[in-house]
Design a binder for this molecule. Structure first.
Ligand SMILES: Cc1cc2nc3c(=O)[nH]c(=O)nc-3n(C[C@H](O)[C@H](O)[C@H](O)COP(=O)(O)OP(=O)(O)OC[C@H]3O[C@@H](n4cnc5c(N)ncnc54)[C@H](O)[C@@H]3O)c2cc1C
Length: 465
């Protein structure tokens, strides 16, 4: 990469906006788990949309390609450069406007999710997206990955929470799609192109987000159930009888055992329960919520859908319940060779998925240990297969097991990526498991907007473009 490019970027952004020292670049070049690492001679940190557009133009003139990065919390390697110019939106972190009467907010791409949640709360509103990385993940990254999290059941994914997008296109033009309309039937919904595009169609610089009334009452319950079929019946019961379910998360026994074993300070909240369900309820006011929840859970026990139920009595117990759920990834990481998956199936097929996948894993790798957890209310499991105890990690057939997990999900009408995306990690699998017509349409879109493959060139559809 030419020194001329670095000089031009420095002239435009000033020394604060350009990083070239190895020590300054290093935090941008690997992700927290150490699964993906890369390299770049330069990172550009624009502080405005005009600067971001100029960065893209300077890169095009120099024949350089771009990898865009937000909070670097992505799980599929898409934000890590491999020789491209790294464009970080970190310095674009202003809330540009809040329109409480329109229930909307405009945030720059580098705003961290927690700051957006706080800005909404300060205006007596709710921005409902919530995930364990909310202290670092940025609006640009969340838009670009169509992030999900724990409240999808009630509020939808990022795709449902965005009213408008502003982006720098691969030719350096700025597209201002920062509308704040609930209804706009004037042709193709262009903002949706950038949502879930993983940075392959442009650099998102800002987004208009939907806000909601702030719930005044919350209840959190933890239930022990016999298995996924009972959990599904429980899901429908609590949805129908309370109308207040905002999260429905599940964890199998091994998921919790690994947390207790490997995450300091953790304890088992429900010893002996084969499968646990964490349910969050919310309502506009407290009146009737607790009674409704107690009534629904008692009926679920009566019907045999749940074996035991605890309702958090205070904020500290609520935190304890959520701690176990949020510590699951950290809990099983030290357990040897493993393969992780983020699959979805129709909600009605969730018990079938677990039964079929568990059986297929045992058939291919006897003694394999399964950690299954996540957003069952959305049909989404984080499904990890771990080596049998004592097996040589090198003998663990991880790649073959992954293909089998995907085949089981696909046979049930599911997806190989529910919410984490494709990135560089799953692009070969994408071609195998997504239908050819969809892949061809996606390629046509990429070619139309980015014919020279400037934006995130190795991500999602690369390198066939
Ligand atoms: C502990 C933990 C828990 C998580 N839980 C969830 C969860 O429950 N649900 C979920 O959906 N995800 C989850 N994630 C994944 C991750 O937080 C999301 O993918 C998040 O949206 C990434 O945001 P980011 O700002 O860190 O983006 P990055 O990681 O920096 O980038 C992710 C992708 O977005 C692109 N990108 C980033 N900014 C821009 C921009 N401004 N313009 C164009 N492209 C851009 C990158 O090129 C890359 O393709 C979790 C991650 C962690 C570490």
């Amino acid at each position: 990469m030419s020194t001329d490019l670095i000089a031009k970027l420095t002239a435009r952004l000033g020394p604060k906006g350009v990083l070239t020292e190895a020590s300054a670049l290093s935090p941008y070049l690997s992700e927290w788990r150490g699964k993906f690492s890369g390299n770049t001679p330069v990172a550009a940190l624009p502080a405005s949309t005009a600067e971001a557009a100029d960065v893209v133009r300077i890169c095009i003139e120099s024949g350089a390609r771009i990898t865009t990065q937000g909070g670097n919390t992505g799980l599929v390697g898409a934000q890590i450069p491999d020789g491209e110019v790294l464009v970080s939106l970190k310095r674009m972190n202003r809330i540009r406007a809040i329109d409480a009467d329109n229930d909307s907010l405009v945030a720059e791409a580098g705003c961290v999710l927690a700051a957006v949640q706080q800005a909404a709360a300060d205006s007596d509103r709710l921005f409902p997206l919530s995930l364990a990385s909310e202290g670092s993940a940025t609006i640009g990254g969340l838009v670009s990955t169509n992030a999900g999290g724990v409240h999808v059941l009630r509020y939808g994914m990022m795709r449902d929470l965005v009213l408008g997008v502003e982006a720098v296109l691969p030719d350096g033009r700025v597209w201002n799609g920062l509308k704040a309309l609930r209804k706009d039937n004037t042709g193709y919904d262009l903002k949706q192109l950038f949502i879930g595009a993983e940075g392959t169609l442009g650099v998102v610089t800002a987004a208009t987000l939907k806000l909601f009334p702030r719930p005044r009452a919350r209840e959190t319950a933890l239930l022990g159930v016999a298995g996924a079929r009972q959990a599904l019946a429980l899901l429908h019961r609590v949805k129908a009888t309370t109308g207040a379910v905002s999260a429905f998360e599940v964890m199998n026994r091994l998921a919790v055992d690994c947390v207790v074993r490997n995450v300091a300070g953790s304890r088992d909240p429900m010893p002996g329960a084969p499968f646990m369900v964490l349910i969050e309820f919310e309502a506009a006011h407290a009146e009737g919520l607790r009674d409704g929840v107690e009534h629904a859970l008692a009926a679920a026990i009566e019907a045999g859908e749940a074996q035991t139920a605890l309702i958090a009595e205070n904020a500290s117990q609520t935190r304890d319940f959520w701690h176990v759920r949020e510590a699951i990834s950290a809990g099983h990481r030290p357990e040897g060779a493993q393969v992780n998956h983020d699959v979805s199936v129709p909600v009605s097929k969730t018990p079938d998925f677990l039964a079929a996948a568990d059986a297929a894993m045992q058939a291919r790798c006897s003694g394999a240990r399964i950690v299954a957890f996540g957003h069952m209310g959305d049909g989404n499991f984080h499904y990890t297969v771990m080596q049998p105890p004592g097996m040589d990690p090198a003998a663990f057939p991880g790649a073959a097991l992954t293909q089998t997990v995907y085949e089981v999900a696909a046979a049930l009408g599911g997806s190989i990526s529910a919410e984490h995306g494709i990135g560089v990690a799953r692009k070969t699998d994408l071609v195998r498991f997504k239908d050819a017509e969809s892949i061809s349409l996606m390629r046509a879109l990429k070619r139309a907007l980015d014919p020279n493959n400037v934006m995130n060139p190795r991500v999602l559809l690369a390198p066939e473009v």
